[in-house]
Design a protein around this ligand. Structure first.
Ligand SMILES: *[C@@H]1O[C@H](CO)[C@@H](O)[C@H](O)[C@H]1NC(C)=O
Ligand SMILES: *[C@@H]1O[C@H](CO)[C@@H](O)[C@H](O)[C@H]1NC(C)=O
Ligand SMILES: *[C@@H]1O[C@H](CO)[C@@H](O)[C@H](O)[C@H]1NC(C)=O
Ligand SMILES: *[C@@H]1O[C@H](CO)[C@@H](O)[C@H](O)[C@H]1NC(C)=O
Length: 391
């Protein structure tokens, strides 16, 4: 009896100790848990509120009647709320071939020193002549830039940019520092330029300079969408929580954005809007305070203010690269993180034989199996969701 009691006490002790240890571990990991699980759960439940009510757009509304600059100051001339152009091409969208038929105005967000990336894009997916002669579509590819943030290097980099633009004529540069926290200024540049000089383009796309765009697939997709209204398509982030860790690049303080969830938005790596949406976003940039420096989130706030919600397309990428495989190339639209292999990927991904792999019953079965392997098994960190295997 006495022995038994002692044994029970011993068991309880062990239990108590393990519980204590577990609690300690949870507490040590709590911060991580909080950021990655709790804040996502909280924000996802909150998301409904952010997307349904208009407290967000009223809190971002600019109170004065004057257009504002990126830094919140009112522009002196009362004119368009943006920085002066250093390099501009007002006639870039005037159609040389047949008026009124520009399918896509594609802005690549680049930085002054990224000459190599721009060159790779011009040689591959950004080649307007290729798109015209091979795909029969009229697109314009422009690079959106600010000025080099380092005052010492700025003059020489700027000279190189003028030189580059003399050769290719495809840079659009405004006089703001090209930094991460000025990305919203670059977003405003794109929509203002598009509104002013290219309002007849049927679609506008914004893309990073380290993504790969499968132009043949994109053009095919857009041609099927002709006449589309209210289209905003990309890789959608739903109910994403603001990052509150100070060390993070994406840190947003409570003063700037007090709510636990952003409105739904598409990843800034690459998304497309139809002409009517581009016009609405332009108007939103005039009405809303642009102090939110994460550009794709700001885009979400603008869109919400205009009553537009984003659409998911499985083959637009988020953060990661697409798996390298012909069965994937057949459908891919964008893939992120290709600073160095754009040329080789362009060669293989747009090769005419790509579409042969899934031909016939056997081919179809083979590609389905490959896509399930690549997109649905957990050990592959892919940018496309598993649903992509079944569409
Ligand atoms: C504000 O948000 C609501 C709800 O999302 C939306 O319907 C409305 O059009 C928005 N815009 C303005 C300018 O109030
Ligand atoms: C924009 O918001 C910021 C931060 O919330 C504020 O400091 C600034 O005064 C606002 N600017 C305008 C023009 O409303
Ligand atoms: C762009 O495409 C055209 C037509 O296919 C081709 O002749 C030209 O060499 C390409 N330009 C570059 C820079 O690759
Ligand atoms: C954005 O650009 C403006 C104009 O050059 C500059 O004054 C400001 O400091 C820049 N902001 C950031 C966060 O780099």
């Amino acid at each position: 009896m006495f022995m038994n009691f002692r044994r029970i006490r011993k068991c309880q002790c062990v239990q108590l100790l393990t519980t204590g240890l577990l609690l300690c571990m949870v507490m040590v990991c709590w911060e991580e848990l909080d950021h990655h699980v709790v804040s996502h759960m909280r924000s996802y439940t909150y998301r409904y509120l952010v997307n349904s009510y208009d407290f967000l757009n009223s809190s971002f509304a600019v109170t004065s009647n004057h257009p504002q600059r990126k830094d919140g100051s009112v522009s002196a001339d009362g004119g368009l709320a943006s920085y002066p152009y250093l390099i501009d091409h007002p006639r870039k969208c005037v159609d040389r071939r047949s008026r009124s038929s520009i399918l896509l105005l594609l802005f690549v967000k680049s930085s002054p020193e990224n000459f190599e990336r721009r060159q790779a894009i011009r040689d591959t997916w950004g080649n307007e002549s290729f798109v015209w002669s091979e795909l029969g579509a009229n697109v314009r590819v422009l690079f959106a830039l600010g000025v080099h943030p380092d005052a010492e290097r700025r003059p020489s980099v700027q000279r190189a940019l003028f030189q580059e633009d003399r050769v290719y004529g495809d840079l659009i540069q405004q006089n703001f520092l090209d930094t991460f926290h000025n990305l919203t200024a670059k977003l405003v540049l794109q929509f203002h330029w598009g509104h002013k000089y290219c309002p007849h383009a049927r679609f506008l796309m914004s893309a990073d300079d380290d993504i790969f765009v499968h132009m043949p697939n994109l053009v095919k997709y857009l041609q099927q969408q002709s006449g589309a209204k209210d289209l905003w398509v990309g890789h959608v982030h739903r109910g994403a929580p603001p990052v509150r860790r100070k060390e993070s690049k994406y840190h947003v303080p409570e003063e700037l954005y007090p709510w636990p969830s952003y409105p739904d938005y598409t990843a800034g790596a690459g998304y497309v809007v139809s002409a009517d949406v581009a016009t609405k976003i332009y108007h939103a940039t005039l009405l809303l305070n642009s102090s939110m420096y994460i550009d794709d989130v700001f885009m979400g706030i603008c869109a919400k203010a205009m009553g537009i919600s984003p659409q998911e397309h499985v083959y637009f990428s988020g953060e990661a690269k697409a798996p390298y495989h012909p069965c994937i190339y057949e459908h891919m639209i964008t893939s992120h993180g290709h600073a160095t292999d754009v040329r080789s990927l362009w060669q293989v991904a747009t090769h005419p034989t790509v579409y042969r792999h899934s031909r016939g019953f056997i081919g179809n079965l083979y590609c389905k199996a490959v896509k399930v392997m690549l997109l649905c098994l957990p050990h592959y960190q892919s940018t496309y969701s598993c649903i992509g295997a079944f569409t």
